[in-house]
Design a protein around this ligand. Structure first.
Ligand SMILES: *Cc1c(COP(=O)(O)O)cnc(C)c1O
Length: 481
């Protein structure tokens, strides 16, 4: 993704890597896809991978590894305690982020569990730019509450604001004044997942953490999506353009007391970790590690994954590498927009987000438009996305639906995985579906789990709209898969 222009003037995301290991894919015919969707309870989480052509469910744990990462995995130091691989990882963390204390853990939510267990009791409030499903669930599990302070621009689906993940600083001051000692910590999700992978500016982080520091409030960064956010700071924030990715990383890190991440996203691997600045705080938190995760020098991770993270973190400092995801996302969003499909703008990180509320304006919120659209996109193209809307919310205590602020279908673009023609195929099928959107109806639950229902819940179509999509597909595409 270096600065390479096309003679034609075409704006094409150009890969600065080549494919050296491949996985064969298959695409079942549309009739089989409709049956697979019914069997999966209209929940894309419950599909079998063998029935999926392009898996755009998530960017978590499915990013492609580099040759350097694979090579590093061969020399991992396997040991329960004292593994050299751990010390290599801790040294890399200190080099890039400047933290001396590091706790490895099995994935991002494990860090969230330890942070919530340390700071949350009933009545406490965690301030956040925006929640993430697991981050919020750990706070509420312990009787705490979450307050979201993202700027108004953040939850507008259509915008030109370059940093929609920013915190509203006046709202932050107001919350701190009103809540006083009830504030447990300030958590900034750097790269805001649920509103479309939207970034936070370095300036906003400086100001928000300064306000927190004035009031003695612990500052936490969720760095799971930091990689994309670094690219956006470098390319969208005028004052930071002259700095290297490493310099920006270090400047961000210096603002926080705790940084945690899911290595399923940051570092192109699997696992996670948490950095803690204060030694006493570190000592009080590390006792949880052997209880929930594993010994201090592996934390539930395979040492091979830890070797891969060491290399992956270094690769995340390379602008050519981190540009790939955001540029593919931008391409997909812009092409869909040209075809009249409503997507979240400006394009963010991690994938293209389709505005299901507008796409399926005839489907009521209580019938889960984004869930229905996810099912329809799979039937139309064998492409699996993820519902990020009302279905992903918990019900209100009285059992009524909590209608989500944004009703999105996320088509994630795992980093370094898909080719340009595969993304074009997804654009084509989504565009076709948009022309035929009147065919798509709503969903209703047949099995609804009480927590995080979107993972395991089963639903059915209201009517038999899945079969109408199949019939229209045959009419328009003939014998095509
Ligand atoms: C994925 C994610 C997490 C949770 O990480 P896991 O490794 O899936 O447990 C937390 N925060 C953000 C912003 C994420 O994207």
């Amino acid at each position: 993704m270096a600065n390479i222009k096309f003679f034609s003037g075409e704006k094409t995301p150009l890969e600065m890597h080549k494919v050296r290991i491949i996985q064969k894919l298959s695409l079942p015919p549309v009739e089989a896809r409709a049956i697979a969707m019914e069997e999966a309870g209209f929940n894309t989480f419950l599909l079998r991978n063998r029935d999926v052509y392009l898996d755009m469910l998530t960017d978590s744990g499915v990013n492609a590894m580099s040759d350097q990462q694979q090579a590093a995995m061969m020399i991992a130091d396997d040991s329960y305690a004292g593994s050299e691989t751990f010390f290599k990882l801790a040294a890399k963390v200190e080099e890039l982020f400047g933290f001396q204390h590091f706790l490895p853990c099995h994935q991002g939510r494990a860090a969230e569990n330890m942070i919530a267990s340390t700071f949350i009791q009933p009545g406490k409030v965690a301030l956040m730019n925006f929640h993430f499903t697991t981050a919020k669930a750990h706070v509420t599990r312990l009787g705490g509450k979450v307050e979201e302070l993202v700027t108004k621009e953040g939850t507008k689906t259509t915008s030109t604001h370059p940093f929609k993940g920013n915190i509203d600083l006046d709202a932050l001051r107001e919350s701190i004044t009103r809540l006083g000692k009830q504030v447990a910590f300030l958590r900034i999700e750097v790269g805001t997942n649920l509103i479309g992978g939207q970034p936070v500016s370095l300036q906003n982080m400086r100001e928000a953490t300064a306000i927190a520091r004035e009031h003695g409030i612990v500052t936490v960064m969720d760095a799971s999506l930091l990689q994309d956010n670094l690219y956006f700071i470098k390319t969208r924030e005028e004052a930071e353009k002259g700095k290297s990715i490493r310099e920006i990383t270090r400047e961000i890190s210096d603002l926080f007391d705790i940084i945690y991440f899911s290595a399923r996203k940051l570092g192109f691997a699997r696992g996670g970790g948490m950095m803690i600045r204060d030694e006493a705080m570190f000592d009080s938190m590390k006792v949880m590690l052997p209880l929930f995760e594993g010994f201090l020098t592996y934390g539930g991770m395979s040492v091979r994954e830890m070797e891969a993270i060491v290399v992956g973190l270094d690769e995340s400092m390379d602008e050519d590498i981190i540009a790939h995801g955001p540029m593919m996302t931008e391409y997909m969003c812009e092409e869909l927009l040209k075809n009249g499909v409503p997507v979240v703008t400006p394009p963010g990180g991690l994938g293209c987000h389709i505005n299901a509320r507008e796409f399926l304006s005839h489907v009521p919120a209580e019938q889960y438009p984004a869930g229905a659209l996810a099912a329809a996109v799979y039937i139309a193209g064998g492409v699996r996305g993820m519902e990020r809307g009302t279905l992903s919310e918990e019900r209100e205590p009285d059992g009524s639906e909590h209608v989500a602020e944004m009703e999105l279908l996320r088509m994630a673009l795992p980093r370094r995985v898909f080719t340009h023609s595969q993304v074009r195929y997804a654009i084509d099928r989504i565009t076709w579906l948009h022309r035929n959107r009147h065919l798509i109806g709503g969903l209703e639950f047949i099995e609804e789990p009480p927590v995080l229902r979107f993972f395991l819940g089963r639903l059915r179509a209201k009517g038999d709209w899945q079969n109408q999509i199949v019939a229209q597909f045959r009419k328009d595409f003939g014998d095509s898969l």
